[in-house]
Design a protein around this ligand. Structure first.
Ligand code: 5GP
Ligand code: MG
Ligand code: MG
Length: 187
């Protein structure tokens, strides 16, 4: 796909993303290979949908997949710090290992509230697998549960990025690469 005219520059191309997702899937597969029950993969809708679809197809065993939805952004570019869970799991995660799949961890508020929720549902461990991590903007530390691990695709510089699942006002999610949105479009 040619670069969209609203994108200032591409940070990760489709090929770079695909290679990195393969590496992450290999790590996850190795880490959970010895478990008696496979981990349950939980995506945070909507942003994680492409990353989740790509990584689960590269994991070397069958995994249950489910989603939660957490909303804090509306159509802006700043987290309001109090995400609400607007839909919940169907799968029972009690006494199971969970891998929470996210598009990007920014302030950490979304992930923290979802992790608390998964813990309250009895998950024996919660790992996080985020495609991007923006540590420069972290406000709350991400507390994993049990023996949970933190996997990340790439460290993201402090720009507002879109594509590969990530939106601005529900646009650009289907771009197969990650790019910096031209600031004049949201400022
Ligand atoms: P947090 O609660 O960690 O501040 O934000 C997490 C959510 O905000 C992410 O799952 C994502 O949906 C959204 N978000 C954070 N940074 C960005 C960004 O640079 N671009 C886009 N499109 N969404 C972002
Ligand atoms: Mg998200
Ligand atoms: Mg969004």
């Amino acid at each position: 796909m040619a670069m969209h005219s609203h994108i200032e520059r591409i940070l990760w191309s489709e090929d770079q993303i695909s290679r990195r997702v393969s590496e992450l899937a290999a790590e996850v597969s190795a880490d959970f290979a010895g478990c008696s029950l496979p981990p349950i993969v939980v995506g945070v809708a909507t942003g994680a949908f492409l990353f989740l679809a790509d990584i689960v197809r590269k994991i070397e065993f069958s995994v249950p997949v489910d989603f939660v939805r957490a909303e804090s952004y509306g159509s802006g570019t700043e987290s309001n710090g109090a995400p609400t869970l607007s839909f919940d799991l169907k799968v029972d995660i009690n006494a199971r290992h969970v891998i929470l799949v996210e598009d990007i961890v920014d302030t950490g508020h979304t992930l923290s509230s979802v992790i608390k929720h998964l813990k309250s549902k009895g998950a024996s461990s919660v790992s996080v697998c985020t495609f991007l991590d923006k540590p420069a903007r972290r406000k709350v530390k991400v507390q994993l549960v049990g023996e949970g691990k933190f996997y990340r695709g790439f460290e993201c510089p402090d720009y507002f990025v879109v594509g590969y699942g990530m939106d601005f006002a529900e646009q650009y999610r289907n771009l197969p690469y990650v790019g910096v949105l031209k600031p004049e479009l949201y400022k």
